[in-house]
Design a protein around this ligand. Structure first.
Ligand SMILES: *Cc1c(COP(=O)(O)O)cnc(C)c1O
Length: 412
């Protein structure tokens, strides 16, 4: 007799802001057996993964690899490896994940200045440049698509300003990689990190990252290899040691190089997952992938509006893979989400901070950015609103409006 029954989670449709349902090919890849860490097949898979993610991040950066851990492992590795005590960092703070950047920088005893904006707003290039000119930070950090607000921060031009002012730039693109274009080289951003559980259709637990030559050179100046694995010939940096061993990018990069420093044991199943996730998207073709997301979110938004609901945020700056919906007056947030789950096995997202109880967030991410899943979600929401709340959605209009978007397509 066993203590608990065998694992058998319900088959929910995860239409929140992540995690999303995992692509079946990725689940199969994760069922493959382990390999030794320095097995040639294993290191080949690591090299292939680097190559695949260079294409996703649209970069020539040699240093394009995985950090083991959920998306914030990538964020923490980047900031920990960049910031020495007292270093100046400028952070764009307009949502939950901007606040996370501040929190991590605080733990590192950095000197922080924030560009504070209300949740739902984005910063102009002029605003960012002015703050850089007055504060003169060593590092600038911001979020590309913040799922907490559903807004997309435009990144064009930021890299060029940072290079001119000798600032290292970091961007959290967790929520956008695989759903919207990430043009690392064109934007000139130094470090970008992401996650698997949003538009990459994978499970949480791996953080793809790309690092420019310039940033890699700086990180090497903080390289202090762990004693038990160091060789006499290892390069040792002149700057202070990175304060985390696990997130020491200098050592992680040696591990992902021909040097194959024995830092951590690569999370083999997550490597398989990340490799398969990237392969699936590249086989589909990135342009098609991005169009599929645009179409899914446009159809969802058209359906929601046709039902009589109002959307959150500036329309021209919303992400293509998550939509904020203003919860109508006298409608209870939790009642609706619970009914969606209990009656229809569909999860939609609540919100945080100033938006808690004010908006729902519906994701159209990765494997779930498909027509039938959008229609299921719209019709379930219409039914729940009608039967469990005092809000009366216009009957049957959502389906029609969403289908119309799919028939007409979206401008490219
Ligand atoms: C979802 C999300 C994360 C998630 O981080 P985890 O550590 O994987 O939970 C980070 N940043 C952004 C912008 C996100 O949308």
């Amino acid at each position: 007799m066993s203590i608990f029954s065998p694992l058998s989670p319900p088959q929910r449709l995860l239409m929140g802001p992540g995690p999303t349902n995992t692509h079946p090919r990725i689940l199969r890849a994760m069922a493959a057996d382990m390999l030794g860490q320095f097995d040639p097949e294993m290191t080949d898979y690591m090299n292939q993964t680097m190559e695949l993610y260079r294409r996703l991040f649209e970069t020539k950066n040699q240093w394009t690899f995985l950090i083991d851990g959920s998306a914030r492992a990538g964020i923490e590795a980047a900031l920990t490896s960049l910031l020495e005590e007292g270093d100046k960092i400028l952070i764009l703070n307009n949502g939950r994940f901007g606040l996370l950047l501040i929190e991590i920088a605080e733990r590192l005893n950095a000197t922080i200045q924030a560009i504070d904006l209300p949740w739902g707003e984005i910063a102009s290039l002029e605003q960012i440049e002015a703050a850089m000119l007055s504060f003169r930070p060593k590092v600038f950090a911001c979020v590309h698509g913040d799922t907490s607000t559903t807004m997309l921060q435009p990144l064009e031009g930021i890299g060029a300003i940072c290079q001119r002012l000798n600032i290292i730039s970091y961007v959290d693109a967790t929520a956008t990689l695989g759903g919207m274009p990430i043009c690392t080289d064109k934007w000139g951003i130094d470090i970008i990190s992401a996650g698997l559980q949003k538009s990459m259709s994978g499970p949480p637990g791996s953080a793809p990252m790309t690092i420019s030559e310039r940033a890699a050179h700086y990180i090497a100046s903080r390289s202090h290899t762990e004693k038990g694995i160091a060789n006499a010939t290892d390069h040792q940096g002149t700057r202070s040691r990175i304060r985390s061993n696990y997130f020491d990018l200098a050592m992680i990069m040696s591990y992902w190089s021909e040097q194959r420093l024995n830092h951590h044991t690569e999370a083999t199943s997550m490597l398989y997952a990340a490799r398969e996730a990237a392969l699936i998207l590249l086989e589909e073709g990135l342009e098609h992938v991005y169009r599929r997301h645009k179409l899914a979110s446009s159809a969802l938004r058209a359906g929601l509006k046709a039902m009589g609901l109002k959307l959150f945020g500036q329309e021209e700056h919303t992400m293509d893979n998550v939509t904020g919906i203003i919860i109508p007056e006298a409608v209870d947030d939790q009642t609706v989400r619970t009914a969606m789950r209990n009656l229809f096995e569909i999860e939609i997202g609540a919100a945080f901070g100033p938006l808690k109880g004010k908006i729902w967030r519906i994701g159209t991410m990765g494997y779930n950015a498909q027509k039938h899943k959008i229609l299921h979600t719209l019709l379930a929401l219409e039914a729940v609103l009608r039967h469990a709340t005092s809000f009366s959605p216009s009957e049957g209009k959502a389906l029609k409006a969403a289908l119309q978007v799919y028939e007409k397509g979206v401008p490219q």
